[in-house]
Design a protein around this ligand. Sequence first.
Ligand code: UDP
Length: 239
Amino acid sequence: MLKKKPVFKRVVLKLTGESLQGHKGAGIDLKVARSVARQIKEIKELGVDLACVIGGGNIFRGLQAAEEGMERVTADYIGMLETVINSLALQDALEQEGIYTRVQTAIEIQRLAEPYIRRRAIRHLEKGRVVIFAAGTGNPYFSTDTAAALRAIEIGADAILKATKVDGVYSQDPAIYPEAKKFTRLKYIDVLKKRLQVMDATAISLCMDNHLPIIVFNLMRSGNIKRVILGEGIGTKVS
Ligand code: UDP
């Protein structure tokens, strides 16, 4: 049987902070971080360039804190720092799997990580390293989804792989509405018009303007990142 080939040369994997918390209510479950790292290893073995962006929702959500009275900008900076914590945890898990990684931050924290330098990030990818982009875009009022879209465009990625807890985009929340319909393909404009929960509007617009496909898939099923990379048509493709 012919071996399947990757359909992408370079991708950005967007993980939510929540995806690291596993069954814990918050924080980082190292077992989950390691299982994500093992899935990433499978992709590296296929020779695909991979960068990651991870959120911070398992520790802190800026918007929520702002709703509870904290100044929005401060709350967002705390949120960005939390993504650095998650990025370091992911880096450790990847290194335990023998994968070379570099963390680059949008807010300089030089003792811990490199500052984000586009050409340097590309060089790391060319050398087979996984680059983790931390601290979002470095700006308040943005999200890590927007950071993923921005970095993906900057480094010339072929797609964003948006990892979630469900197996794609639905017309309604499938956990509440069992009759919800799953989409296999969607247009950016429909995501915006129907306000579907894929990524926030800023991130979607950025992808739309730069023709960057988004593939939404379930991270909880082991081997799914590889299935997406091999073009197995799981999840929902937004293009
Ligand atoms: N954040 C920000 N600017 C950015 C990226 C993130 O201000 O460019 C803050 C924002 O407060 C956000 C938090 O960092 O709530 C964590 O990111 P996000 O909510 O995107 O994480 P996820 O939902 O993916 O875990």
